[in-house]
Design a protein around this ligand. Sequence first.
Ligand SMILES: C[S@@+](CC[C@H](N)C(=O)[O-])C[C@H]1O[C@@H](n2cnc3c(N)ncnc32)[C@H](O)[C@@H]1O
Length: 316
Amino acid sequence: MSITSNHHQSVMFDESIEGLNIKNGGIYIDATFGRGGHTQGILDKLDDSGSVIAFDQDIHAVEYARENFNDDRLTVIHSAFTHMGKILSERNLSGKIDGILMDLGVSSPQLDNAQRGFSFNADGPLDMRMDQTSGISAAQWLEKADAVEIANVLYEFGEEKRSRHIASAIKHYQQDKTITTTLQLANIITSVVKSHKNKHPATRSFQAIRIFINQELRQLTKTLDQTIDLLAPEGRLSIISFHSIEDRIVKQFIQRYSKQKQLPKGLPIMDSGTEQTLFKNLGKQFASKAEVSINKRSRSAILRIAKRTTLEAQTC
Ligand SMILES: C[S@@+](CC[C@H](N)C(=O)[O-])C[C@H]1O[C@@H](n2cnc3c(N)ncnc32)[C@H](O)[C@@H]1O
């Protein structure tokens, strides 16, 4: 049965908005609009002279925003967040952004609508693209990829130990039939993977294929790099991720730029540029027990907050 929902319960809402340290007249970016829960939270804390620019690569999210948000302080852009550096610098906003919020992954409306192809529980076309206006669907990719490529994706992005077995089961199935639906794929996976700790056997594979199809990790890495030039001094990063691979990228980015390089004792500092600290690491948080009890999705959420250093702090 196909369930279409427009509802998305924002994860770690208070903590992530708090992390932005919203100030009067500030310019904030919600890189992942979804159904606008976090955007609304930012707007509620902003005065009249502030503004929010929100991105989403899913046209349905953008249409939802246009139909349901009527606020002159808000601009919604249909684009992958990886283009934010270019888009914001064209608007002369480089170095002027006071906070960037990212609530990564897919939204409940995307997961709950079987027609989007993200769910292994409900049958629908095997699509999995967040932006259905470009790229190829998961079904098209599985058709053209060989077993090695499929196994690598399942292992790299899903940490799926049975990756090779699943890949060869997929290729075996495709000798007679084409995989076009989510349940076809889920059933093939279930034929070679046992469920573990009540997790559906296809959980890891669906996550891996989704990450690959949407190039999620590459987009995240590229975008984090852009935040360095976009943020104003003291500007905040508030990033919620939902699995360890994604969180590792955020953690390593913040750590790389928040640590001063340790030079071996006695060595003179030749280039003060190598001593730059671009961010202050303000730590990580998990969803509270109370939130996890009412929103299962928050169980795996990790929020990381960092502050862009002031210009003075950068030069040692
Ligand atoms: C978890 S939901 C965000 C929910 C939102 N914070 C709320 O409270 O309603 C993630 C959203 O980000 C979008 N998204 C994910 N990756 C994106 C990217 N690279 N560029 C733009 N949007 C992206 C998805 O389409 C989805 O709508």
